[in-house]
Ligand binder design. Sequence first.
Ligand code: DC
Length: 230
Amino acid sequence: MTRKKPVLTIDGASGTGKGVVGQLVATRLGWNLLDSGALYRVLALAAQKHGVALENEPALEVLAEHLDVQFKVIETGVPPHILLEGQDVTETIRTEKMGNAASKVGTLPAVRTALLSRQRAFREPPGLVTDGRDMGTVVFPDAEIKIFLTASAKERARRRYNQLKEKGIDVNLDDLVGELLERDKRDQERAVAPLRPAVDAIRIDTDTLTIEQVVERIMSEVRKIFSSIH
Ligand code: DC
């Protein structure tokens, strides 16, 4: 069942490790990578830049349709630099505030529709690894392999806490758990494309696994389906 443009989707809540795991799997396979969350984050930043309210669906739809975003690969194996209107926003979009704003714009059906074809355009040979919330359910329902990562809220908050500490950013662990649960609730309960596993997704609970172990689990699924890949 090998096709010219196979897709491997990795969905899950924030802090399940899907971003880093997706990057590593894409590098191992030599496939293209789409971090769909980055698109929602860039859109939220564009809204802020142009003074558009996060609830203004018609204006956000127009902004999404014309979003001038570029994913610039600088080095293989390293996340691409992300440019909004030519300006490097790689770091700016990674804050908790932007994650929350992205989650808010992600509740709007017109925004999701406007971003669909842009996401599907990443499906190019030799293949695509993509991570997000609805990659396996809505954007690439015919993906060859669908992974759904889970982890407890406590473990996800702890990972985020360590990441922020490393960057020298002081945060409170309980606040992080609260914010995370609020974002989960919004992402899971929205009317369109809510965060949930596709019926044919393989679930991996990452609580007690290292990143390398998660990558290895996914690679073993890839090997089962694509016997030519080692
Ligand atoms: O994966 P992330 O933390 O960068 O995503 C930020 C937010 O963007 C997430 O809370 C909800 C939204 N999002 C979405 O609605 N659909 C996606 N496929 C990816 C992200």
